[in-house]
Design a binder for this molecule. Structure first.
Ligand SMILES: [Zn+2]
Length: 291
């Protein structure tokens, strides 16, 4: 296996690497390319053993930390004095809430990742337990479980593949394409938009998927992302997220919009920005080895 899979092929003398040269390099190194069975054989068999105890132990911790963190914020906001030295109440309030968003966002991310493992069949060796838990957790976090499970499996199968990939597929520059502006301001705007809205824009339009699948929504059965046999799964996923949204609206009527936003919506938004960052940075480093 090459020592560094991310090595960029050396450029030809005119500065460009042709497809012919790439194809030739690929055929030279074909015998060195890893296979799925080769990788599986290289991993100790212990790592393929599932433990119900460990899986549910970690799930319980994460499930416990969510309400505990919320309670701690509520308790501290009720206890803090109107001033602490020269620091006014408003400043203390803002710091506490910001810390809560940061931490609760991590708790939500931990749960989100456990549901991701359910989607891969890695949580237990029982498919029904995995899918039931994954569906409930992902729905509560605004993710259409089965729809995303299907497209995500495709992402792993064709990571960074330009025409067949799914999520964070590298851009293709053709004659009509424009390079994005390289100014600092434009870069910052892009980062903020991707952090704040990237996850939902992707789910609704498949914007970072392969160009041919642009416009395919994870919330509606469509030929771009799903087969007709997967229609029920997509609709059930949308129903799950819809139930979460209706529950949040109902809770807003009971305890107030502001409370639901502070304790649930904003930490969820932070969680989504963590997810966008995680998927970007775990996909990005190997791009150059794949195309
Ligand atoms: Zn995955």
């Amino acid at each position: 296996m090459p020592s560094n899979l991310c090595n960029v092929p050396p450029k030809a003398q005119n500065g460009k690497t042709t497809y012919k040269q790439l194809a030739s390099r690929k055929s030279q190194h074909q015998h060195l390319e890893p296979t799925i069975s080769g990788l599986r054989n290289a991993i100790p068999s212990d790592y393929f053993q599932h433990s119900y105890f460990l899986s549910f132990y970690y799930l319980s911790i994460d499930l416990l930390l969510v309400p505990l963190s919320g309670y701690l914020l509520w308790y501290l906001l009720a206890c803090i004095p109107t001033t602490l030295g020269n620091v006014p109440y408003y400043t203390l309030h803002t710091i506490l809430v910001a810390l809560y968003w940061f931490y609760q966002g991590l708790n939500f991310t931990a749960l989100w990742v456990l549901a991701h493992e359910c989607g891969h069949g890695g949580f237990t060796n029982n498919k029904y337990i995995n899918d039931s838990l994954g569906f409930v957790i992902h729905s509560a976090l605004g993710c259409p479980y089965f729809s995303w499970q299907i497209s995500h499996a495709h992402h792993h199968k064709r990571t960074n593949h330009i025409s067949d990939g799914e999520s964070w597929v590298p851009n293709i520059l053709d004659k009509k394409s424009k390079l994005p502006s390289s100014s600092l301001f434009a870069g910052l705007v892009r980062v903020v938009v991707v952090w704040l809205l990237g996850w939902y824009i992707y789910l609704m339009t498949n914007i970072t998927g392969a160009k041919k699948n642009l416009g395919g929504s994870h919330f509606w059965p469509n030929q771009k992302l799903y087969t007709s046999e997967q229609t029920i799964k997509v609709l059930v996923s949308t129903l799950g997220v819809g139930t979460m949204v209706l529950t949040a609206i109902y809770m807003s009527c009971l305890v107030g919009v502001q409370t639901v936003c502070v304790y649930f919506v904003l930490p969820l938004w932070v969680c989504n920005s963590y997810l966008v960052s995680i998927t970007f940075f775990t996909t990005y480093p190997c791009r150059c080895s794949t195309f």
